[in-house]
Design a binder for this molecule. Structure first.
Ligand code: ASP
Length: 339
């Protein structure tokens, strides 16, 4: 049987970092020597693999739209040469990048597995080796044909994932969607939770643009007047992180609704997400949220903030028709939301 082929896109992140005077940082051209030390990568049961090292390598705090597009282009250009892809990425913004790629890679029919580590490969107790090997096997399997994220024994849907721990080896959770696979003695796929094959659709990359958007977290005592100047007609989208099921303070001193009303009329898409990691926004359940619907806000339902932000970038990059963007924002495009 022909060996499967996996392409490893190494973008940076803790997995390949080295200690420096300023703390851990990636070092160009160092990663191949780390891989040479992992004897399992030469095992007969491993797929064939190649590594593409990005330049510059980044701490994922510095990854944004430009890098999302670069990752998408690397996958597009190599799509027919490989059975699957592993994207090595810093954990800090991995869920944002995985969400973004899930929207950009239309008609994806191969696994794209994001992974990284909490402890660098150069350290004794690194979790990077297991994360890398399992991600490569999952990428070669061709069962989870979507953008996913593998960490510490769990395969998650990328656009449902969120970073939940800065120091546990299991750094991610998927609070509103089941795990796609549990990796113990065997890799046990949860086939009911996986995306259906997209045979009919050609694979293509839709590049995102750096559209001006923002995230505003509501907090007790928020004085909306200070945020008014942010809500100009230049701002194309805002993700509001509200309390519970979509609630905002509605007292007399709260000026949020008129601001949102004006922003919507100016052409800004306002998407309501929740500060709770589990559960869904339901505009209108409480009086404190029904007004948001009246002023044109989008119900973000059970989307993570990461997915809502990436989806805003995506939709506002492909259209400036507000009705279209608003309708698509509330639809399930690639498994990011429960309709
Ligand atoms: N700061 C690192 C990054 O996101 C953290 C990590 O990779 O775990 O690149």
């Amino acid at each position: 049987m022909m060996k499967k082929r996996v392409c490893i896109l190494y973008t940076g992140g803790t997995i390949g970092m080295v200690p420096t005077e300023l703390g851990y940082a990636p070092q160009q051209k160092y990663f191949p020597s780390l891989l040479d030390e992992i004897s399992q990568l030469k095992n007969k049961d491993m797929p064939n693999w190649d590594v593409v090292e990005f330049n510059p390598l980044l701490d994922s705090a510095n990854v944004a739209v430009e890098q999302w597009v670069n990752i998408g282009r690397e996958i597009r250009d190599r799509y027919s040469n490989y059975d699957g892809f592993v994207v090595l990425h810093g954990t800090d913004t991995m869920s944002y990048t995985a969400s973004a790629l899930s929207f950009m890679l239309d008609g994806l029919n191969k696994p794209v597995v994001f992974t990284g580590s909490q402890i660098p490969l150069c350290e004794l107790r690194s979790d990077g080796r297991d994360n890398l090997i399992n991600s490569m096997l999952i990428a070669a399997d061709g069962v989870a044909n979507e953008v996913c994220l593998y960490f510490a024994g769990k395969l998650l849907r990328g656009n449902r994932s969120t970073k939940v721990s800065a120091d546990e080896l299991m750094a991610f959770a998927s609070p509103n969607y089941p795990v796609l696979a549990n990796v113990g003695i065997d890799i046990m796929y949860n086939r009911q939770a996986l995306m259906m094959p997209k045979q009919a659709r050609e694979f293509s990359l839709t590049e995102m643009k750096q559209v001006p958007i923002g995230v505003l977290k509501i907090f007790p005592g928020i004085q909306f007047d200070y945020f008014e100047s942010l809500m100009t007609d230049k701002l194309k989208g805002v993700v509001l992180e509200t309390f519970g099921a979509g609630n905002i303070p509605g007292s007399a001193q709260s000026a949020l609704l008129p601001i949102i009303d004006r922003a919507y009329k100016n052409g800004t898409i306002i998407t309501v997400c929740s500060q709770c990691s589990q559960g869904a926004v339901s505009l209108g359940t409480y009086a404190a949220s029904s007004a948001l619907r009246r002023v044109g806000a989008v119900n973000g339902r059970d989307m993570t903030t990461e997915a809502a932000l990436a989806k805003s970038y995506y939709l506002l990059s492909i259209s400036d028709d507000m009705a279209f963007v608003k309708a698509q924002m509330q639809r399930n495009l690639c498994g990011e939301l429960t309709e």
